[in-house]
Design a protein around this ligand. Structure first.
Ligand code: FES
Length: 233
């Protein structure tokens, strides 16, 4: 079948403003949208810029707006989106070139929540033991691949890029509820700040956008509850 691919293009070195270019490609129902982007680049226009790596939904580098919805290009098949496909960069981030956005502000927010185990207690002999139940408490949020699909689908983030955003909070959740970690209080204090978690209004865009099917809004709700009650169970 023939697919019409409409792609956002912007090269700040020569374009005054962004525009769209249209490409026609022969495709199978089971082709990924990433396959189509690759074919455009390899067969029609080598100047097209986009990020990709694993092609299997693991690295998170190819999050894009596909027919208006945040998705990973490698996890969306032609049969999922039809034969007219519009591909655009993530909203709320500045465009470096074509489909590539500047992820640095996103990773700055990620660093704020201290995404590593904090525990200054003396090392035990052997491992820090954790029960299966304790590990299950934060299992869902360990699945985050930092693709930014959730944060860039959030109207609060569109309104202010300073909002820390759901991805950083999901990663905070992963450590806050880890029984081996002792940094929950400082993370909760950070998230309780002006650009923290209270900018979330439970719209659920983030949950819908997550390619790993993390219950993002639920995780944010648990963090809000921990701030209010001071309880980490
Ligand atoms: S290319 Fe790695 S997640 Fe899509």
């Amino acid at each position: 079948m023939e697919v019409t691919l409409r792609i956002f293009r912007y090269n700040p070195e020569k374009d005054k403003k962004p525009h769209y270019e249209t490409y026609k490609i022969e495709a199978e129902q089971t082709d990924q949208v990433l396959d189509l982007l690759n074919r455009v680049k390899w067969e029609q226009d080598g100047t097209l810029a986009y990020r990709r790596s694993c092609a299997h939904g693991i690295c998170g580098s190819d999050a894009l707006r596909i027919n208006g919805v945040n998705r990973l290009a490698c996890k969306v098949l032609v049969r999922d989106v039809g034969t007219k496909i519009t591909v655009e960069p993530l909203l709320g981030m500045s465009v470096i070139k074509d489909l590539i956005v500047d992820m640095e502000p996103f990773f700055d927010h990620y660093r704020i929540i201290k995404p590593y185990l904090i525990n200054d207690e003396p090392l035990p002999v052997g491992e820090r033991i954790q029960s299966q139940e304790e590990r299950a408490r934060f299992d869902d949020t360990t699945k985050c691949i930092l693709c930014a699909a959730c944060t860039t689908s959030c109207p609060s983030f569109w309104a202010s890029g300073e909002y820390i955003g759901p991805a950083a909070i999901v990663l905070a959740h992963r450590f806050i509820f880890d029984s081996r970690d002792r940094g929950a209080r400082e993370r909760l204090e950070e998230l309780n700040g002006r650009m923290g978690i209270w900018r979330c209004h439970d719209i659920f865009n983030c949950t819908d956008a997550c390619p790993r099917e993390i219950e993002v809004t639920k995780a944010l709700g648990e963090v809000k509850l921990a701030i209010i009650t001071g309880r980490l169970d």
